[in-house]
Design a protein around this ligand. Sequence first.
Ligand code: MD6
Ligand code: FE
Length: 212
Amino acid sequence: MSSEMVNGFKLLPGFLDRKAASDLVRGVAEIVASAPLVTPHMPRTGKPFSVRMTNAGSHGWFSDKAAGYRYQSCHPQTGRPWPQIPRDILAIWRALHPGAPPPQCCLINYYEDPKARMSLHVDADEEDFSVPILSLSLGDTALFRIGGTARKDPTRSVRLASGDVVSLAQDARRAFHGIDRIYPGTSTLLAENGFPGGGRLNITLRRVTAGG
Ligand code: MD6
Ligand code: FE
């Protein structure tokens, strides 16, 4: 914890109370019922991600070996448009990003495997970097690491607990970040709200296209 936190990183611990978090998880369970979780794969190598994903909104993020990282309007397996972003999620966006255009992507990452993680990355598939990304953590606590805009920059680690909200704006919007590990069994939220396997959900809200 020696380095300065990159500018534009904001952590709101416990922003969501248990009731709000439970409602969100049940909303995600509804999304998953119509847009099933899928395992993305790395471009070129085809290595599978350890998290499964789905989306809501007009733009869904996905990756596979053949076509790599991209946004697409339909679910890769069902071919149906992604479900709409739930109203309670849109309300959180409006409360924290007043004046920003509405999110076009609600990416849902599910860490069910206790060994699931997400390697250091920059979210760079969007056209518009002026709008912050908002991240909601639900369920088991995770160890989040964030550095600077260069991969070699020093990093700092913070634990993200259920109900914590993170906003990445300014330099942090282009900063490397990832999830080193989750702490299994630290929350009952998911198991009690439609995810019998427990684990952790992360919801990120993004503006994808420029203008708006
Ligand atoms: C996660 N989060 O919390 C992974 N990306 O599971 C992210 O990759 C992330 O927390 C952009 C903005 C905020 C984030
Ligand atoms: Fe990210």
